[in-house]
Design a protein around this ligand. Sequence first.
Ligand SMILES: Nc1ncnc2c1ncn2[C@@H]1O[C@H](COP(=O)(O)OP(=O)(O)OP(=O)(O)O)[C@@H](O)[C@H]1O
Length: 341
Amino acid sequence: MSRVTLRGVSRSFGSVHAVDGVDLDVQQGSLTAVLGPSGCGKTTLLRLVAGFLTPQAGTIAFDDRVVAGEGRSIAPQERRVGYVPQEGALFPHLDVAANIAFGLPRAERSGGRVAEMLDLVELPASFARRSAHELSGGQQQRVALARALAPRPSVVLLDEPFSSLDASLRISTGRAVARALRAAGATALLVTHDQDEALSLSDQVAVMRAGRLVQAADPRDLYRFPVDDEVARFVGGAAILAATVTGGVATCALGSAPVHADVADGAVRVVVRPEQLALVHEGAPARVVDVSFYGHDAAVQLELPDGQRVVARGPGLDAPQAGSEVRIAIQGAVHCLPSGL
Ligand SMILES: Nc1ncnc2c1ncn2[C@@H]1O[C@H](COP(=O)(O)OP(=O)(O)OP(=O)(O)O)[C@@H](O)[C@H]1O
């Protein structure tokens, strides 16, 4: 499959800059999640890569072949893109085998490719003769992926493919789809507004906001080193507090913690993740405002003496009672953002 490269890609609808100067590299055989809130331009970006829309500026290349821009626009079918939409992608009157074989050359339709694809998406061979409407939502999405992969596309595009599934099916289908994409060596772009899905399934997360790409990074780096407050809060939740750095140690209302990278002495803001806040015997004082118990863990909302609120996440059964007075401290290193002054 191909590497995908976007350079300065823009597309407006009237006065709306749906996609605005986007640069993005998707390595061959890797999965990039395009993450952002509703209306930020994710689907438009996918449609530009697919060839359903033409950019007004910039270029899109599959390997070294420019498919859009520089005065040319290669038709979608010639880009050889596999597309998996939200739902309803399958032909209900055809069986699973016919659905998967749909995009294959006639000679390959009766060969082993359909069985190979069923195996790839971890569905039993016996499913071949079932009608699409006899499958669960998750199974339908796996068949939709099998159909997209069958003709060996250059790139696979998935537009919120799990959004119609309930929470547990969503997770298991997401894992199965990511495994199938990896096993096929697929270069894939997955649109989602779900941060957990983006972080857990992809090799790279591309965060969009109002048409712009604000950060593209490996999930761990995105979580550890968000570029700004919004990205920090959007991926995982965070307290962002004024702090002073001296000799690689930041001091804020929650106490002191080493900083992740080389940061000059002076005023900054630190990003503290909920799981970095621990209840301790000696630490900063706080009052428990609210506790959300989830079983495996609990989110404890705390108020500091200066009125700021932060959330600590820890083992559910050890969570304190609402109204109690506790002591808290930061565990591990913190990421610094400019002070904003
Ligand atoms: N064909 C169109 N005509 C006019 N405006 C459009 C068109 N397609 C998208 N837009 C606008 O462009 C912006 C980006 O839309 P897009 O569908 O790409 O966002 P999105 O991030 O995929 O949103 P969602 O998560 O809700 O699907 C929105 O303001 C939308 O209203």
